[in-house]
Design a protein around this ligand. Structure first.
Ligand code: HEM
Length: 252
């Protein structure tokens, strides 16, 4: 089966642990201690609580299983909420200040990441309310959830309406003439516009022979089904040229 080009995880898009930790530090070290609803709840938290929650979020957002590996996974997280009797007011404040912390430290502001982020903190915080009630019986030994983009929509799959307008023309197709061998440099690379390159650069470089060779089957599949480029499918002859280059052994 053809390999799909990777799409970024929420963890990668967020900026990884440094960014998540900046956010949780801002939240637990600046906002929580001065908030009358939250300060008492977190008065005895461990000094590394921001790193712990960043590790949890990183794992949920598709990053390394750092919370499970280092701190004890789902069971540890649940054990810390049990009996805390979190009220709806405290929950709402928690979410409000976490989102404010995300703004303060420059977490991504694109609609896709924010939608996924807020969806998770809404969901998770409402579970925290349930799990923290005296009469609650949280299920034991559950996996750490793995969150994903809302409706599968990644930010790179769409051209923003605010993107700088370029007058970049569709590339001129230079297909090999009769008997001329097809090559990456002369015929394939010019098919990709700089904006195509830009929108895929988080995973590979469309102007690099090695990268395109490695992902050629997956690229071909997406060109054929019209999901790439995201602003309009290629005409069949262009897709066929790409296919022909693969058949020819992907020459440089
Ligand atoms: C998406 C929502 C949430 C996530 C992902 C989350 C995550 C975590 C994690 C991973 C821990 C355990 C850290 C450790 O290993 O010690 C923890 C502890 C805790 N959480 Fe949450 N939490 C959420 C919502 C909430 C809410 C809404 C509240 C209260 C308003 C809350 C209050 C607490 C408290 C009081 C602790 C224990 C702190 C301590 O004394 O060490 N959490 N949380």
């Amino acid at each position: 089966m053809a390999q799909q080009p990777e799409r970024p995880t929420l963890f990668q898009w967020s900026g990884g642990f440094p960014a998540l930790t900046r956010m949780t530090r801002r939240f637990y070290e600046t906002y929580v201690p001065e908030d009358e609803l939250l300060a008492p709840l977190f008065a005895n938290m461990s000094p590394d609580h921001p790193e712990r929650v960043a590790a949890w979020l990183g794992e949920v957002f598709g990053g390394p299983k750092a919370y499970s590996g280092t701190y004890g996974g789902y069971d540890r997280m649940i054990s810390q909420h049990i009996g805390k009797e979190i009220t709806p007011e405290k929950r709402a404040r928690w979410v409000q200040l976490l989102v404010r912390s995300a703004d303060d430290v420059g977490m991504p502001t694109d609609p896709e990441w924010r939608a996924a982020f807020v969806a998770y903190v809404e969901w998770g915080s409402r579970l925290a309310v349930e799990n923290s009630q005296l009469e609650s019986h949280p299920p034991a030994h559950m996996p750490v959830p793995r969150w994903w983009w809302v409706c599968d929509a990644t930010p790179d799959a769409r051209v923003s309406a605010l993107a700088v307008q370029t007058t970049e023309e569709a590339p001129v197709m230079e297909l090999p003439t009769e008997g001329e061998p097809i090559s990456f440099d002369a015929h394939i690379k010019p098919l990709f516009r700089s904006k195509d390159r830009q929108s895929m650069k988080f995973v590979f470089d469309l102007w690099a022979h090695d990268d395109v060779s490695l992902h050629a089957d997956a690229i071909l599949q997406r060109l054929r089904n019209g999901s790439m480029p995201c602003d309009g499918a290629w005409p069949a002859e262009k897709v066929d040229a790409f296919d022909r280059w693969i058949q020819a052994g992907k020459p440089a």
